[in-house]
Write a protein that binds this ligand. Structure first.
Ligand SMILES: Nc1ncnc2c1ncn2[C@@H]1O[C@H](COP(=O)(O)OP(=O)(O)OP(=O)(O)O)[C@@H](O)[C@H]1O
Ligand SMILES: [Mg+2]
Length: 266
């Protein structure tokens, strides 16, 4: 059964695409097959996927929106027994965001703990709520120093909005842009780092809250740079109406590769 999660925010630069990439790697670690639908014309996830493929790092399938639309794409992934579809969305109020939400099981709103960004969360909550999607909020690019009150104040503001907020705030760290530049995520770039621990907590929370919970879990996969970096090179596939899809080189006929043997518990 495929689980579809849209990641959204009305504000630019808060960390939506970064969150999608990090969660896609958490999926790979959990032995789940994952597809990213990059609905943003900026195509940052797509470029990241290309970098990974070039470097021979296992890639989630990264595709643009096809002419069939998001719903049609998800149907085809359902048939191909993909476990998780993550949809990256643009910061603008475009129809593709509604289409993404409509095709999703749940929504994840990303915000920095700044008043300017928090103000826009209300609108994202309204849009996701209108489609009755289970919705969570993650504070992203937060001051790493816990003595700074920005996160506490942000939580208070989000509580007033009735938001379901992840107890772990993702800290600001230069590791995120550095990781992007080399086609990685921070949990891969610094396996012992703080980002990895925070992202693992976020992953656990998403499951507890039922935002990514209906998946069947695979056996924990090795991290790509824990031994799979020498995997066969990925390759660019056919063009849809946007960026090229990035396909793992070891993709089987039934769909995207699972990067480990999986032991389904359900
Ligand atoms: N936790 C973090 N700490 C520091 N920098 C981060 C963090 N997360 C993301 N960034 C950086 O912030 C910038 C914006 O991130 P990202 O592209 O994910 O945002 P976005 O919300 O998808 O933006 P857009 O609305 O333009 O699509 C990038 O340079 C990214 O590397
Ligand atoms: Mg983005």
């Amino acid at each position: 059964m495929v689980v579809v999660l849209s990641v959204l925010a009305r504000k630019g630069g808060v960390g939506k695409s970064t969150a999608v990439r990090c969660l896609s790697v958490e999926c790979l670690k959990a032995g789940l097959s994952v597809v990213i639908i990059d609905t943003d014309p900026q195509a940052t996830c797509h470029r990241w996927g290309q970098r990974r493929a070039k470097a021979g790092i296992p890639v989630p399938l990264v595709v643009a929106v096809s002419p069939a639309g998001v719903a049609g794409q998800i149907e085809s992934f359902r048939k191909r027994r993909v476990d998780v579809v993550l949809i990256d969305t643009p910061p603008t109020a475009t129809p593709v965001v509604n289409a993404a939400l409509d095709a999703s099981d749940a929504a994840l709103i990303i915000t920095r703990p700044n008043p300017e960004d928090l103000e826009s969360v209300q609108e994202s909550l309204r849009v996701a709520g209108a489609q009755k999607r289970r919705t969570g909020v993650i504070l992203w690019q937060s001051p790493p120093d816990k003595r700074v009150r920005a996160v506490t104040l942000a939580r208070e503001a989000l509580e007033v909005m009735g938001a379901r907020v992840c107890p772990t705030a993702i800290s600001a760290s230069i590791s995120y842009p550095y990781a992007y530049a080399s086609g990685l995520t921070p949990q891969e770039r610094e396996p012992e780092g703080r980002a990895r621990a925070e992202l693992a907590e976020v992953w656990a929370w998403l499951q507890r809250e039922g935002i990514l919970a209906s998946m069947s879990y695979g056996k924990a996969a090795r991290m790509p740079n824990d031994g799979l970096a020498s995997a066969p090179r990925g390759q660019a596939a056919t063009r849809s109406n946007g960026p090229e899809a990035v396909v793992p080189a070891d993709r089987g006929p039934k769909g995207p590769a699972r990067h480990t043997a999986r032991e389904k518990s359900a």
